[in-house]
Design a protein around this ligand. Structure first.
Ligand code: NAD
Length: 478
């Protein structure tokens, strides 16, 4: 095992990336390490004028990019994936420091690996013309064309992977893209874009770093044909409002509060590890994480005990420490949401099985894995998105009640059912969510469409549906 303190003090692989992207002069915003709260560097804060110039450049570059055709664009996307692979460790370390997620476990190295995998799949996915009618008199062919300039506005939890999700299909289809990173994880996204731009032609992909005003202006800009947005439902609504003006098409991947239902046929010990990661991947800061768990009376105590046992074996700490698989909350606002929801659950009769108060011995924004039982629907920890390492576990005795509970909130990103596969599949058909996993939770695949229902947004990413969503249909009839 490596010495984590050595990693923290000697010249690091990410220093070269940081030199490329940091703000110079005094216009930048200080970025701190999520675990240690010590400075990493300065993120640029760009102006509305710089955004205007970037959009003009992306617009000018778009026809040439589209004219290159699918094969050439795919070749360049594969080369961009190679560039990510070549910088993988530097990107993972910078992500780990800025976002807080550990290098190991399903975290920073995993995220960087997913970036190149998604690019390669977007490059390889065929999108054939469709003959929609061919009856001797009418022949109508449907193809998909680039929209123009796509704006990509992202969150801070999986900043690299989500940026790639937003831009891979867009670039493949011949659009150019403007990326607006979250103000919490700007450096990681700028580093990624810089690496991609080692390979891509000029102005096909431009990052503009700034605060929410830059996001607002990007979403409302008349030259933007499509906004790919991943973030909170609140911001999603604002983007819908601005689309009333510019008629930008939208893909909205918004918040969730995914339910998991453990059926009486489940084996608690066999599912505990997957339940754990379903809930606590990225220390719970994941859109489609399991956020409320409904467990049948008959195995409630066994499931809780098995989960607590897994939790006890998972090291939390500084992300650069090779032993860590859980990290801090990324920012104070999120730390306070988690603390408030756990305190409120305790005040409302919740029983803390493990965790339950900040792990300040690890650092300012660490909160331990927290399992809370004896809570019911209506308690804020169950009803609100905690987006952190605290899982409410609710008892049920009738599966119809559990399904009703799963469906009662106004969000529907993911859900899961655990137990006998056939029975679980039958229950899954009754759940209002974009994806219902059986005996797992949250796994995504670059060919399987992903998106939410209800307040979790609309539009699909990944696979053929993902390509279509960043294109406009074009019909030749006759
Ligand atoms: P957020 O909505 O606060 O911010 C997201 C991005 O929007 C940031 O880049 C921000 O600068 C920008 N922004 C803020 N106001 C804007 C405006 N008025 N117009 C345009 N852009 C604006 O979200 P967050 O706190 O960064 O992310 C956490 C949320 O994202 C959680 O609710 C989580 O569930 C959700 N999320 C969803 C998915 C998914 O795939 N569905 C994935 C990750 C996160």
């Amino acid at each position: 095992m490596s010495d984590p303190t050595a990693d923290l003090t000697t010249a690091a692989p990410e220093d070269d990336l940081l030199r490329r992207i940091q703000a110079t002069g005094d216009g930048g915003r200080e970025v701190v390490d999520a675990a240690t709260r010590t400075p990493i560097g300065y993120a640029p804060v760009q102006t509305p004028d710089e955004l205007e110039q970037a959009i003009a450049r992306a617009r000018a570059a778009q026809p040439g990019w589209e004219e290159r055709g699918h094969a050439e664009r795919s070749r360049l996307l594969n080369a961009a994936a190679d560039a990510i692979d070549a910088h993988a460790e530097a990107l993972a370390r910078l992500l780990s420091r800025e976002q807080g997620k550990p290098l190991n476990g399903p975290n920073a190295r995993f995220e960087v690996g997913a970036c190149s995998a998604w690019l390669r799949t977007a490059a390889a996915t065929p999108l054939e013309p469709e003959i929609v009618v061919d009856d001797g008199t009418t022949r109508a062919e449907l193809t998909y064309r680039a929209i123009g300039v796509v704006g990509a506005i992202g969150p801070w939890n999986w900043p690299l992977m989500i940026t790639i999700w937003q831009i891979a299909a867009a670039l493949r289809m011949g659009n150019t893209a403007i990326v607006k990173p979250s103000e919490y994880t700007t450096l990681s996204v700028l580093a990624l874009v810089s690496v991609l731009n080692d390979v891509l032609p000029a102005d096909v992909l431009i990052a503009v770093a700034g605060d929410r005003e830059i996001g607002e202006r990007l979403a409302a800009h008349p030259s933007i044909g499509k906004i790919m947005f991943t973030g909170s439902t609140r911001t999603g609504r604002k983007i819908v409002e601005s689309s009333a003006e510019n008629l930008a098409r939208l893909t909205l991947e918004l918040g969730g509060n995914d339910a998991g239902i453990v059926l009486p046929s489940a084996d608690p010990k066999a599912i505990a590890q997957d339940l754990f990661w379903g809930a606590f991947i990225n220390t719970g800061q994941t859109c489609a994480a399991l956020k409320r768990l409904y467990v049948h009376d008959s195995l409630h105590d066994e499931v809780v005990a098995a989960l607590a046992e897994v939790a006890a074996a998972m090291p939390m700490g500084n992300g650069l420490d090779e032993r860590s698989v859980l990290g801090p909350l990324q920012n104070r606002a999120q730390f306070e949401i988690v603390s408030r929801l756990v305190d409120d659950a305790k005040a409302n009769g919740g029983r803390v099985v493990t965790g339950g108060s900040p792990a300040t011995q690890l650092g300012e924004l660490f909160y331990p894995i927290t399992l809370v039982t004896d809570v019911t629907d209506g308690v804020a920890l169950v009803d609100e998105e905690q987006f952190g390492p605290a899982l409410p576990i609710v008892r049920y005795s009738d599966v119809d009640d559990a399904v009703r509970s799963a469906n009662r909130l106004d969000v529907g990103l993911g859900a899961s059912v655990w137990g006998d596969r056939d029975e679980a599949r039958r229950v899954a058909t009754r759940i209002q969510a974009g994806t219902v996993w059986i005996n797992s939770h949250g796994g995504v695949h670059p060919m399987i469409p992903f998106g939410g229902v209800k307040g979790s947004g609309y539009g699909l990413e990944f696979g053929v549906e993902g390509l279509k969503s960043v294109a406009v249909p074009h019909i030749v009839n006759g």
